[in-house]
Design a protein around this ligand. Structure first.
Ligand code: GLV
Ligand code: MG
Length: 347
């Protein structure tokens, strides 16, 4: 077993030291672009200021014969743009694919200093993280990368879910995790062809009525269990949980509901696969104005965070002070990026 004292040591001589705490960043949406598509490259400068994170996708949805073009396209986009406080990520191919090694080696060699996070698909256990961790450290050392490149795992196999706690704790290079509902459904043998969201047949029905009238059936959230497990694994290890993709681009209402369920359960963001989902994520993952105002009143009413007070008939104590702080801290981060919303929050 690795000694606790070695946990934060660089894995290669000359690689940057791992972060002991993740840098604070607002990451309400991870906006995916197909990295092989030159028409999309032209739109990147306009997209950058609109999103919190921009991600060049090299994995699923990129045809096998465009994998190399996607890798080269991502490098070109990274070189030709300035990203300011927008995060630059890439989703590389899975480690068991023929492309993953070249994806990581070529991208870190070319643009390692600009890259914030590598999203790693189909992570099944700590072995995947340890492999990528070591390889990244070697490449950082070789190319003089100054800031550690973080790893974001996609939780999208039954085995990955079984090992979620160990994955979250595997390395100080871990940034967080996203739910991958499409691959996960397939891996688990779930009977849905949807990418995230509910299913009309998955729900509960009320008890039979005496008069025989029709019974209410309500859809339930297929992803509640997995998202909740992922949130506990992430937060107990100081890393960030994200809801992943929502595939029905036209069903903006359902997308908003799915994103909001995950936000309320603890997630900090979701993927946007289409520009229409950027605004949904912005709306959902920025705290509600009234909620922020009430949270500010709680903090004001309990300056040292202890004791008990009543606000609008609701009991507040040390625990609700902490709940309020979660919301106000997030609101402050949102306000830095979005001064209009900051004003509405009264910050
Ligand atoms: C995402 O990668 C998914 O499989 O849902
Ligand atoms: Mg997937």
């Amino acid at each position: 077993m690795k000694l606790p004292a070695s946990f934060y040591k660089p894995l290669s001589i000359g690689a940057p030291s791992p972060f002991q705490e993740l840098p604070l960043a607002l990451e309400r949406m991870i906006h995916f672009f197909p990295a092989h598509n030159e028409k999309v490259h032209a739109k990147i400068p306009d997209l950058i200021p609109q999103v919190d994170v921009i991600l060049g996708n090299l994995e699923d949805a990129i045809p096998a014969d465009a994998k190399e073009a996607a890798r080269a396209g991502f490098i070109k986009v990274a070189r030709e743009n300035e990203f300011g406080n927008t995060g630059l990520w890439t989703r590389v191919n899975a480690l068991n694919s023929p492309w993953a090694l070249d994806d990581i080696v070529e991208i870190v060699s070319a643009v390692g200093d600009k890259l914030d996070v590598i999203m790693l698909p189909k992570v099944e256990g700590v072995w995947d993280i340890h492999y990528a961790d070591q390889l990244l450290a070697q490449l950082e050392a070789k190319h003089g990368v100054k800031k550690p490149i973080l790893i974001h795992a996609i939780l999208e196999t039954a085995q990955g879910v079984k090992n979620v706690n160990e994955i979250a704790a595997a390395s100080p290079r871990m940034h967080g995790m996203s739910l991958g509902p499409a691959d996960l459904a397939a891996s688990r043998g779930m009977k849905t062809t949807r990418v995230g969201g509910g299913h009309p047949s998955y729900g509960v029905i009320e008890d039979p009525k005496e008069d025989g009238s029709s019974r209410i059936f309500a859809q339930q959230d297929l992803w509640h269990y997995t998202v909740a497990r992922m949130v506990d694994a992430c937060l107990s290890n100081g890393i960030r949980p994200f809801y992943g993709p929502f595939g029905d681009i036209q069903d903006t209402d359902a997308c908003e509901v799915q994103f909001r369920n995950s936000f309320l359960l603890g997630c900090v963001g979701a993927w946007s696969l289409h520009p229409v989902q950027i605004d949904i994520a912005k709306k959902v993952f920025s705290p509600d104005v009234d909620e922020v105002k009430f949270a500010l009143r709680i903090l004001e009413a309990m300056p040292d965070g202890t004791g008990a007070v009543m606000l609008d008939g609701k009991m507040q104590d040390d625990a609700t002070w902490k709940q309020a702080k979660v919301i106000v801290d997030l609101a402050k981060r949102v306000a830095e990026r979005d001064p209009e919303l900051g004003k509405a929050y009264g910050l």
